[in-house]
Design a protein. Structure first.
Length: 233
């Protein structure tokens, strides 16, 4: 395991040193071949920038802090444990991407498509994700403190064990989402769609549920010290 981690870290260092101006052939991500003969497989074929096509590229363990990836194509990309602090992902396509363990603190994911993305154990605190699409996304044990999910679609998403302390979830869609064991302390769930959601053992202490729809939601053993809703203690 240690050897494998060392190899990944060394690979990330090599990627950071790529001089794109000297490459005569572009890498084709996803074919598991070294198309540009630089000794690295499936690295990003172009420098960072808006609208880049990095679909299926392997960007694991890289440091992309402050990058502008607005409108980028990152479908099926591997971003495991990648540093993505303050990255602009507005309107980007990250569907089916692997972002497990990634650091997305203060990133902007507004309008981004993260359908079926793996964000398990990822850090997204203070992330802005207004109107983002996270249908069927895996956010188990994710750090979502102070996140802004205004109007985001998290239907059928798995947020079990996620930390959503002081999160702004106004008008968010959690239809049939798994929020079991999630910490929603001091969160704003006003207008949220929680129909059929699994909230077993969830902590809703001081959560604002004004206008939230909890029809058929499972509240077994949930802490209901919330306010502005009939279910609240």
């Amino acid at each position: 395991m240690t050897s494998n981690l060392s190899e990944k870290i060394e690979r990330a260092k090599n990627l950071a040193a790529v001089d794109y101006s000297k490459l005569t052939n572009l890498e084709i991500c996803g074919d598991e071949r070294d198309n540009n003969f630089n000794g690295i497989i499936d690295e990003a074929p172009t420098p960072t920038g808006p609208n880049v096509d990095w679909s299926e590229c392997n960007l694991a363990y890289m440091n992309l802090e402050n990058a502008n990836l607005r409108g980028a194509d990152l479908r099926d990309a591997i971003l495991t444990k990648t540093t993505l602090n303050h990255v602009n992902f507005r309107g980007a396509d990250l569907s089916f991407a692997d972002l497990s363990g990634a650091d997305l603190a203060n990133a902007n994911l507004s309008g981004a498509d993260l359908n079926n993305a793996d964000l398990s154990d990822a850090s997204l605190h203070f992330t802005i994700s207004n109107d983002a699409i996270l249908r069927i996304a895996d956010l188990t044990n994710a750090d979502l403190r102070h996140v802004i999910f205004y109007g985001a679609d998290l239907s059928y998403a798995n947020l079990s064990g996620a930390i959503l302390f002081n999160a702004n979830l106004y008008n968010a869609n959690f239809y049939h989402a798994d929020l079991s064991g999630a910490i929603l302390f001091d969160s704003n769930l006003s207008g949220a769609d929680l129909r059929g959601a699994d909230l077993t053992n969830a902590d809703l202490t001081d959560a604002n549920l004004r206008g939230a729809d909890l029809t058929n939601a499972d509240l077994t053993d949930a802490d209901l010290g919330c306010f502005n809703h009939p279910i609240c203690d």
